[in-house]
Design a protein around this ligand. Sequence first.
Ligand code: UT7
Length: 334
Amino acid sequence: MTPKVSSSKIHSRIVGTGAYLPERIMTNADLEKIVETTDAWITERTGIRERRIAADDEFTSDMGAKAAQQALTMAGVTADEVDLIIVSTFTPDTIFPSTACRIQHAIGAKKAGAFDLQAACSGFLYSLVVADQFLISGLYRNILVIGSEKISSVLNWNDRNTCVLFGDGAGAVLLQATEQGRGLIVSDLRSDGGETEMLTIPASGCRMPVTQQILDQKSNCLFMAGKEVFKKAVTAMGGSMGHCLKSSGIDSQEIKWVVPHQANLRIIDALVQRLDLPREQVYVNLDRFGNMSAACIPVALHELNVSGKLERGDLILMTAFGGGLTWASAILEW
Ligand code: UT7
C-alpha cells in the first residue's frame, strides 16, 4: 500500500506538547559498574551518554499523566474537553486495564474514551495517524496522544546487548481539529509480522505465561537481535520516509525538522546520508535519554516546541521503527 495523502478540509493540529523525564540519571559510567561495558563502546556504537530511570513507585501511567497534563495546560484545554486518549506503550502498568484508562482518571478527563495502542517503538506515529482520522472525520475535537514507557522494568540488567540502550520517559501532544493549515499531510504505516522474534519480550503473554523457569531465564525481559534490527531499521525507515516525500510531492529541502526514532546515532546518520537530509535539521536527543520507544518522538517534539524552534507552517518529517516489526513515517505541518 502506498502512503496516504490527506485530502480532508478539516485537519488535525498539535496545539500543546508535554514531556516527563524521571529525575534519576543513569550514565554510561554507572552502567560500567553493572555489566561488562565501557562508556567508549556505548558512545561510539550508539551515541547514548545517559538515560533516565523511573523510580520504583513511578509507573508508565504516572509519567504519561504528567506529560499529558502539561500538553493540556499549554493548549489551554481543560481535561473535560478531551474526547479521546490514546496511549502508546509496550510497558503498560498492567496487561489490562489499559494505561490510557489510568491516565484518564489521573488527569480527570471525565468525558474521554481511552485505549492503548501497541506498535512498540512506532506506536506514537501509529497513534497520531489514528487520532488524525477521528479528527478529520469530524467525530472528535480534542485528542491526547501519549507515548510513555518504563523500559527499565523489562530489561535484563545482565544483558549488555540491550540494557545500555533504553531509557524511561513520556511525551504527549494534544491534537485538535482545525480548518487552518495542512495538518498531517501524509503518513505511511507498515509492518512485518514475519520477524516477531527479532525484537520481543518472549514471555508474559498467553504464548509463554510466567513461571519460575521463565523468570530464571529472563524470558520475560526484552530481547533484541541488534545487528539484524539495525539493518532492517535503516532500510525500512529510509524507504518509508522516501515514499512520504515522493507521494506528497514535498522536497526534502522543504522539511524544517526531521524527527527520527532515537535508537542509535549511526542509524540516524545512515538515514541522513540515504535521503540527503540536512543534518543540522535532524533532531537528536538520544545522547541524553537513550531509546524511550514510543516516547522518543513526542519528547523530541516537546523539546523543539518549548525551545522556540518551531513556527506555524513548518514541515516536520517523522519516522520510527520497532518491534512487530512495525515502522512508520509521516509529514505534518506545524
Ligand atoms: O527501538 C527499536 C529499534 N532498535 C534499534 O534500532 C537498535 C538497532 N541496533 C543497534 O543499535 C546496534 O546493533 C547495537 C547498538 C544494539 C549493537 O551495535 P553493533 O555495532 O551492531 O554491535 P554488535 O551487536 O555487532 O556487537 C559487536 C561487539 C560484540 O562483541 P564480539 O562478538 O565482536 O566480541 C558484542 O558482544 O560488541 C559487543 N557488545 C558490547 N561491548 C561492550 C555488545 N554490547 C556491548 C556493550 N558494551 N554494551
